[in-house]
Design a protein around this ligand. Structure first.
Ligand code: FAD
Ligand code: NAP
Length: 342
């Protein structure tokens, strides 16, 4: 069956910031075999890929073709008593996949419960939460090039995963569609529960040696408690990455801002480097007290909320104000996490 291209399609309900937007041409990809015909009919302008729209700031009018990756399915490639190898289609819902794995005794992803979005988008920014990143479990990413339709498989190393980063944000940015992702998951629990907020919540529940299911339940509860639900309060999760600085830079900042306690965490992947809490930097610039139409969440300064469902341009302007204020005060340039499209 052919995928149908629709014209001038509204995207208001297809992005979690609830930005009012229209795209020139739009198609749902239900089967990988539909891609060649779609690319042949793409017409003028860029070809872009959409998942669940939870990490995007859309402009009001997008040109070109937007392909929504909707293809779902999970295949068990092989398993033994220690590990299972899965191939998961890119259009599947991430949280449902995590829950599916736990039900079958496939572990490791429990800390990444309730992250919005699709499986195909997970490697794009190497999604992470509560001390775990998806890169630990991805073995291969199956891609199709958007210019030629040609296939390419990237192993973990080729994906160049880093903190909220991968090759898909650089050399392959907007050049490929992630058709499927291969995962290797342990069949014996290897719980990770040292992350402070999670450890505290588990301790409060009396869970000092938590099972993966208990971690999953606690992460879901924590996220429901701490993060605004985009359906109620439109947002795109953390709007900025936490800046990484080396030890010398951290010392300089501490000396320069002696009256404040700079919030920093040692980066476990990069010895000698420190992650600064972007939320804290934003708070110090007074954004939590502001009541603009687009604003930071009062309990979570890293999350920009759009209660009045204003335009992407308005959100970008507000984000720009934050970047300038933090740069002026701390000499650090915050990097935006969600992509600007259109
Ligand atoms: P989209 O927003 O649709 O797309 C994001 C980017 O990926 C775009 O550039 C798009 O072109 C590209 N893309 C999407 N699918 C494909 C594909 N199949 N092939 C090629 N390119 C593709 N992120 C975290 O890392 N950790 C968190 O804990 C977290 N919490 C969040 C909480 C909330 C409330 C929200 C709203 C967001 C949160 N995010 C978090 C960000 C977001 O959930 C992730 O980045 C997610 O992976 C985005 O998936 P998506 O399908 O919505 O992608
Ligand atoms: P939190 O625990 O209040 O922490 C806030 C920030 O401080 C996070 O960005 C986190 O970095 C950092 N941090 C805290 N303790 C740390 C430690 N011991 N070592 C290193 N970094 C530390 O986080 P939260 O906002 O409630 O979110 C919980 C988890 O979900 C976090 O892992 C967060 O990244 C993730 N999350 C991500 C998004 C997104 O859109 N990207 C949105 C919501 C939540 P890390 O981000 O590296 O953990």
């Amino acid at each position: 069956m052919h995928a149908r291209i629709s014209h001038n399609v509204r995207l208001d309900t297809l992005n979690t910031l609830a930005v009012p937007a229209t795209v020139e041409r739009y198609a749902r990809l239900e089967q990988p075999s539909q891609l060649d015909a779609l690319l042949a009919e793409a017409g003028e302008g860029p070809v872009r890929v959409l998942g669940s729209g939870s990490n995007l700031v859309l402009g009001t009018e997008l040109d070109g073709l937007l392909i929504r990756q909707c293809h779902r399915g999970i295949e068990v490639l092989r398993e033994d008593e220690t590990v299972v190898h899965l191939r998961v289609a890119g259009g599947g819902n991430w949280h449902e996949f995590v829950a599916w794995c736990l039900q079958r005794g496939y572990f490791g992803l429990e800390n990444l419960a309730l992250i919005p979005g699709t499986v195909g988008a997970a490697p794009i920014q190497n999604i992470g939460a509560y001390g775990v990143e998806v890169k630990q479990f991805v073995t291969r990413v199956h891609c199709r090039h958007l210019d030629t339709g040609g296939s390419e498989q990237l192993d973990r190393e080729a994906c160049a995963f880093a903190y909220r980063d991968s090759i898909f944000k650089h050399a392959l940015r907007d050049r490929v569609l992630v058709e499927a992702v291969d995962f290797a998951l342990p069949r014996r629990p290897q719980p990770v529960h040292e992350y402070p907020v999670l450890a505290r919540a588990l301790a409060e529940r009396g869970l000092l040696r938590p099972s993966p299911v208990e971690i999953f339940d606690t992460v879901v509860a924590l996220r429901r408690q701490r993060l605004p639900d985009p359906v109620v309060l439109p947002n795109a999760g953390s709007f900025f990455k936490n800046p990484l600085v080396d030890a010398k830079h951290l010392r300089e900042l501490q000396q320069h801002h002696q009256h404040q306690q700079i919030v920093a965490f040692a980066d476990k992947d990069n010895p000698g480097w420190h992650k600064l809490a972007a939320a804290w930097l934003i708070e110090q610039c007074g954004f939590r007290q502001r009541a603009d139409d687009v604003r930071v969440h009062p309990d979570h300064a890293l999350v920009i909320i759009n209660p009045a469902r204003l335009s992407g341009e308005r959100i970008r302007r507000f984000a720009g104000e934050i970047v300038s204020a933090v740069e002026q005060r701390f000499g650090l340039r915050l990097e935006q996490e969600p992509r600007n499209y259109g």
